[in-house]
Design a protein around this ligand. Structure first.
Ligand SMILES: C[S@@+](CC[C@H](N)C(=O)[O-])C[C@H]1O[C@@H](n2cnc3c(N)ncnc32)[C@H](O)[C@@H]1O
Length: 245
């Protein structure tokens, strides 16, 4: 499989990620950061290889478990996978009730079944007013408070889930230790990331052509940067993208 672009220590593939991973030698990836399709919630492309194009949530999870097995093989032992997701609203018409579906829980179980250790979770704050304006969700409407406050709810955050391919016998680190200012570490170590810029996404600056995929829930560049800072080491592929401060 040939990359689209490549340089020293990096390569970009425009391909089915499942095929690329399975073609990689075992234990290749230093750090994985991605936002998978949110089950069958959105249509991203018309490709049958797109994991979002599935008939049901159960079918999506079958695809995802196969993907997670490939990822487990491709990861280096001791390293971290960072998965961006949210829980999913259920709909009365489709699901029979208004509530939430524990999608983050399903992803955790799929990664554990593939062999990963559930390492950490970070909540990414999102503005409930923006969500209310976008979705008109009943639980977020101010008037719902007066009508029946039992149906009110808080807004939906995003999550970063972190998984580790465990290394039973970790080797001593040979590279220079990270030089991270303590204030920045405190910000990154916070269980809720409050300052992620929601509009700071690739799609805001590029990908405006008619043929482009519909990026309905793009991953914020701030989040990618934070994950690279936390979980990549000097010399890793992608490390050059990490901006500190
Ligand atoms: C939640 S979106 C995230 C998009 C991207 N990370 C961004 O920040 O804009 C999920 C993306 O995964 C892509 N995708 C689904 N199945 C795939 C596969 N088998 N190989 C590669 N990409 C896939 C979808 O087309 C969609 O663009």
């Amino acid at each position: 499989m040939q990359p689209e672009y490549q340089g020293q220590n990096w390569a970009v593939y425009l391909a089915d990620t499942v095929e690329v991973m399975h073609a990689m030698p075992e234990g290749t990836i230093d750090c994985a950061i991605f936002s998978p399709p949110f089950s069958d919630l959105f249509v991203y492309s018309d490709s049958e290889r797109d994991m979002g194009n599935c008939g049901s949530h159960d079918e999506f999870m079958r695809h995802y478990r196969y993907f997670a097995e490939g990822l487990f093989k491709a990861m280096k032992p001791g390293r971290i996978v960072c998965v961006h997701c949210t829980d999913l609203p259920s709909r009365k018409g489709r699901d029979g009730f208004i509530g939430l579906h524990d999608f983050s829980g399903d992803l955790i179980h799929a990664h554990q079944a593939a062999g990963f250790v559930y390492h950490a979770r970070c909540t990414i704050w999102k503005d409930p007013v923006v969500e209310m304006q976008r979705t008109k969700a009943l639980g977020l409407l101010y008037k719902q408070l007066k009508k029946d406050s039992a149906m009110s709810r808080v807004g939906m955050p995003d999550y970063m889930l972190f998984f580790r391919k465990d290394e039973p016998n970790p080797q001593p680190i040979t590279h220079e230790p990270a030089d991270l200012p303590v204030e920045m570490w405190q910000e990154l170590a916070s269980p809720v990331w409050m300052t992620v810029r929601q509009g700071h996404v690739l799609n805001g600056r590029q990908a405006r052509g008619q043929e482009d995929e519909r990026h309905i829930c793009p991953l914020q560049l701030d989040v990618i940067e934070r994950c690279l800072t936390l979980y990549s080491n000097p010399g890793d592929a992608g490390r050059a993208l990490s901006v500190r401060g």
